[in-house]
Write a protein that binds this ligand. Structure first.
Ligand code: GAR
Length: 205
C-alpha cells in the first residue's frame, strides 16, 4: 500500500513536505497523482514542477456525490491506495469515505476535537487558548472527526498573532503528517474503538 493520492485546494505546503520526504527516501511511498478542485491552486503548479501527475477536476455545477464519483474514478485510475488530504477544502461524501475505508488521512491545524472546521488556528487564537497544535487523523464520515494518529502541541506565545501562531503550527503539521503516513503504510498499528495503537507506543510528536 504505497501509492499516495494527494487532494489539495491551495498552497500545498503539506504536500510539498510529503513530496520532499518521498524524494529523500524518508517516506517509502510514491505520489501517484495530485488532484485539485481549484485550477489556480499553487499546490497543483508545484506538482507539475516536480514532474508528478497533476489533475484539476472542476467541481462547478456538480452535486457532491457526482463530483466525488469523478474523484474516486481518477484516484482508482492512478492505482491510489492511500488518499492524503492536504488542505483539501471540500467536504467528502459518505460514498467517498466508504470507497477508501480507513484509507483516507487528513491534517488539521488544531488539537482535535477542539476547533474543527475552517480557520482552526484563528479560532484557537481568538478563543484565547494557551496551547493548540495540529492533528493527523483518519477520515470518517464526520467532519474533522476520525481516529487520531498523531498530534503535536504548540504553545500560544505572548507576542503571537494568529499568523505567527499558524506558521509555527504549520511547521509541526509538516512533521507529523509524514509520521502518520509512515505509520499507516507500515501497517504496524491497530484501531481499538477510536484509539490508534501503534507498536512503538508513541502517541505524541
Ligand atoms: C493546513 O494548515 C491544513 O492543516 C489546513 O489547511 C492548511 C493547508 O495548507 N487544513 C484544514 O484546515 C482542513 N480542515 P497547505 O496547503 O500549505 O498544506
Amino acid at each position: 500500500m504505497r501509492r499516495l493520492g494527494i487532494l489539495l485546494s491551495g498552497r500545498g505546503s503539506n504536500f510539498e513536505a510529503i513530496a520532499r520526504n518521498v524524494r529523500s527516501g524518508a517516506l517509502d511511498a510514491e505520489i501517484a497523482v495530485v488532484i485539485s478542485n481549484r485550477a489556480e491552486a499553487p499546490g497543483l503548479a508545484l506538482a507539475r514542477q516536480l514532474g508528478l501527475p497533476a489533475r484539476h477536476i472542476p467541481s462547478k455545477g456538480l452535486e457532491r456525490e457526482a463530483y466525488d464519483a469523478l474523484l474516486i474514478e481518477a484516484l482508482r485510475g492512478h492505482g491510489v491506495e492511500l488518499v492524503i488530504l492536504a488542505g483539501y477544502m471540500r467536504l467528502l461524501s459518505p460514498a467517498f469515505v466508504r470507497a477508501f475505508p480507513m484509507r483516507i488521512l487528513n491534517i488539521h491545524p488544531s488539537l482535535l476535537p477542539a476547533f474543527p472546521g475552517l480557520d482552526a488556528q484563528h479560532q484557537a487564537f481568538e478563543y484565547g487558548a494557551k496551547i493548540t497544535g495540529c492533528t493527523a487523523h483518519f477520515v470518517d464520515e464526520q467532519l474533522d472527526h476520525g481516529p487520531v494518529i498523531r498530534q503535536a502541541a504548540v504553545a500560544v506565545l505572548p507576542g503571537d498573532t494568529a499568523e505567527t501562531l499558524s506558521a509555527r503550527i504549520l511547521e509541526r503539521e509538516h512533521e507529523i503528517y509524514s509520521e502518520a503516513i509512515r505509520i499507516v503504510l507500515s501497517g504496524r498499528y491497530r484501531i481499538e474503538g477510536r484509539r490508534v495503537v501503534t507498536e512503538d507506543g508513541i502517541n505524541v510528536a
